[in-house]
Ligand binder design. Structure first.
Ligand code: SDX
Length: 385
């Protein structure tokens, strides 16, 4: 992995992070990685091509991509160190907690002194840990990585193949997963990426930084929303599909109910990823011959919310999490692993942002505050309180 393109736009230090990786325009609903639009990348690139782009700032040549893919495969082996780490965690934990713990444990037992090696080890390990965690949760033996398959197909085979039985990865499924992982690959300074950068800025290891990023992503207001969306759609289905009732509930602050998969800190227009995933959801379910009633409910809920002044006035549109779970379900990914898939997709972005920060020798992160507490006062002895 060659050195990173350093970048100094020269503007005064607004306290904002400077980065050359991802550009967002929340008003216009624009997302680009190193100048390339998310629409073109999702449509024409492979997930590892996008991972390479985020790490290097340039799309790879065929030779560079092949070498990158081969170097990740070198670590995609069921080696003893990874097995030992994977067996160390009780399977009673939630997959996201387990994944965070496993990545943290990589530091002790599976780390290199060479940062570029650790990047490859992380990219190789996450799908393996995720698939093995799933196998453990359903009481099936783990399936070793298959070096003959591409990144997405290898993950699907480790997830769904049964030892001793032939398993053919459906190209429709692998292609859908490839697109979903690209759409999650990086997203500027979101909550989990900022966590990765903040932990990494103290020069804690990249494993500790990624482990912390996984925990931040787990929150239902962030990456955990994709699982919460499906749970919400199922609740609406159980309640007879009355989407208007749930739109009204979401407008009532006292209800404590939010439309999961709606709204965004930056996008005050459509999340461009949501547009792509909405089309892909239709295409993938049709291609797989899957009829999922929650897709219809999602479409009706979106239409009801987007025709309601409360949502329009607050610029609340579907975000990346609104339709993604519907595709994951069609790919037979269990609901409690949706956020794991988000983490596998976001991993190259976290790593690239961490690498950029270290390459640019950024100082330790130290967000400031506006103090709004008590004015100076003398100590009060206990007898007078
Ligand atoms: C991700 O940052 C990123 O880039 C994140 C992400 C990434 O790729 O890394 O894009 C991934 O995390 C997407 C977001 C997934 N989360 C959800 O879908 C959870 C549901 N959404 C919300 O909780 C909320 O919209 C947030 C958390 C996403 C944003 O929260 P904010 O910034 O507090 O929302 P806001 O201040 O813009 O809200 C403005 C108004 C408020 O009402 P008022 O006080 O003005 O009357 O809109 C209301 C909010 O109460 N509102 C909602 C709502 N989201 C905001 N009302 C109902 N349902 C919602 N989903």
């Amino acid at each position: 992995l060659t050195g990173y393109v350093t970048y100094d736009p020269g503007y005064k230090n607004t306290g904002a992070t400077k980065s050359a990786i991802t550009f967002l325009d929340g008003e216009e609903g624009i997302l680009r990685h190193c100048g390339y639009s998310i629409e073109e990348l999702a449509d024409q690139a492979s997930f590892l091509e996008v991972a390479y782009l985020l790490l290097h700032g340039e799309l790879p040549t065929k030779a560079q991509l092949d070498a990158f893919e081969e170097s990740i495969k070198k670590y995609s082996v069921a080696n003893a160190a990874l097995l030992k780490i994977a067996e160390a965690i009780p399977s009673s934990t939630h997959p996201m907690s387990e994944l965070s713990a496993l990545v943290g444990l990589m530091e002790g037992q599976y780390a290199s002194n060479e940062p570029a090696e650790n990047i490859l080890r992380l990219l190789a390990a996450l799908p393996i840990f995720a698939a093995w965690n799933y196998k453990k949760s359903i009481g099936e033996p783990i399936v070793a990585p298959d070096q003959s398959l591409d990144y997405c197909s290898n993950f699907l085979k480790m997830m769904f193949a049964k030892p001793g039985e032939a398993y053919q990865v459906d190209p429709i499924v692998s292609k859908a997963l490839n697109k979903l992982l690209i759409l999650h690959a990086d997203h500027e300074q979101n909550c989990s990426t900022s966590t990765v950068r903040l932990i990494g800025s103290s020069h804690a290891s990249i494993f500790s930084s990624i482990s912390g990023g996984i925990q931040a992503l787990f929150g239902p207001l962030h990456g955990g929303a994709n699982q919460a969306v499906i749970e919400m759609l199922e609740e609406i289905k159980q309640a007879g599909g009355d989407t208007q009732k749930f739109v009204e509930m979401a407008k009532d602050k006292n209800s404590g109910f939010r439309l999961m998969g709606f709204g965004h800190r930056v996008y005050k227009n459509f999340d461009p990823r949501a547009r792509i995933i909405k089309v892909a959801a239709d295409d993938v379910l049709t291609a797989l011959g899957v009829k999922d009633p929650v897709l219809t409910i999602a479409q009706e809920l979106e239409a009801a919310a987007l025709s309601d002044d409360y949502f329009v006035a607050r610029k609340l549109y579907p975000n990346v999490d609104f339709y993604s779970g519907i595709i994951y379900r069609a790919l037979h990914i269990p609901t409690n692993m949706f956020t794991i898939l988000f983490a596998i997709g976001r991993l190259p972005g976290w790593i690239a942002q961490h690498k950029e920060m270290m390459t640019n020798k950024e100082p330790i992160g130290r967000p400031r505050q506006i103090y709004v507490g008590a004015t100076p006062r003398a100590f009060v002895p206990m007898s007078q309180r």
